[in-house]
Design a protein around this ligand. Structure first.
Ligand SMILES: [Zn+2]
Length: 256
């Protein structure tokens, strides 16, 4: 009896192995991308929720969860972030504790957790220079100093601008599938600080915008992408914006 059970067990194991091998081969053949789990941080700024999350629903193989501020900053504490491949910031928030700051730095710099910062998240944490260094920029809600000491007046925004965006590096994984240039109706930002160490992905020469509107960078072990576009539904529904955000999530989630 014991032998019979052992034999059945062996057959089951072999069959399981065969099924698993077949699945892996099938996936390779179709180049199915790894399923990712991301957390989207919101709060402190209104947005068209339905349309915004419909964009993430359209991304194949990406499961998302929303965390709203002020509770959202607790994701930096504890071990919750081990369950996620990347973090998307779409909040505009100023309150963060010293412990949350240090843990955020650690998750990025030492653990290499991927970060995509969108649109108004450039104006978060006006009084925390390291945040501006992490994402590579700061929009000034009020006159102030950039991390490099340069003085800035209040930055400006302009809604519903139809402008042309050009790809600055067509060989980068984040711009894969984008045309050389495309048009978008979106909000522009002007007069903000851009860190010198960013790798420019998208540029524009529209007079109401600063020239660089998307970039990639590293922060310790973490890959970081910032995309200035993304105010409302005209951006969320723009197929090129969707490609950009999807590529950015996949790129930052993949560790080297
Ligand atoms: Zn906006």
């Amino acid at each position: 009896m014991g032998k019979a059970i052992a034999a059945v067990g062996l057959i089951v194991s072999l069959l399981t192995l065969q099924i698993l091998t077949a699945t892996v081969e099938q996936r390779r053949g179709k180049e199915v991308e790894r399923e990712l789990k991301i957390v989207i941080v919101t709060g402190g700024h209104d947005f068209e929720r339905k349309e915004f999350f419909a964009m993430f629903e359209s991304f194949k193989g990406i499961k998302w969860e929303e965390k709203q501020q002020p509770q959202a900053n607790d994701i930096w504490l504890g071990e919750t972030l081990r369950n996620y491949d990347a973090i998307v910031l779409y909040d505009m928030w100023q309150q963060i504790t010293e412990e949350q700051k240090q843990r955020m730095i650690k998750w990025l710099r030492d653990e290499g957790k991927g970060l995509v910062a969108l649109h108004h998240s450039i104006a978060s944490y006006q009084n925390w220079d390291e945040y501006a260094r992490i994402i590579g920029a700061r929009y000034f809600i009020a006159p102030g100093k950039a991390p490099d000491g340069k003085e800035f007046r209040t930055s400006q925004y302009h809604h519903d601008i139809r402008f042309v965006v050009k790809v600055a590096d067509k060989n980068h994984p984040v711009t894969k599938g984008l045309p050389e240039q495309f048009e978008i109706v979106d909000e522009t930002y002007k007069g903000w600080w851009l860190a010198p160490d960013v790798h420019k992905l998208l540029i524009t020469d529209h007079e109401l915008s600063d020239p660089c509107v998307a970039w990639a960078k590293r922060y310790g072990k973490a890959k970081v992408v910032y995309i200035q576009l993304g105010h409302g539904a005209t951006a969320y529904n723009n197929p090129h914006f969707r490609t950009l955000v999807h590529n950015a999530i996949r790129w930052v989630a993949e560790k080297d």
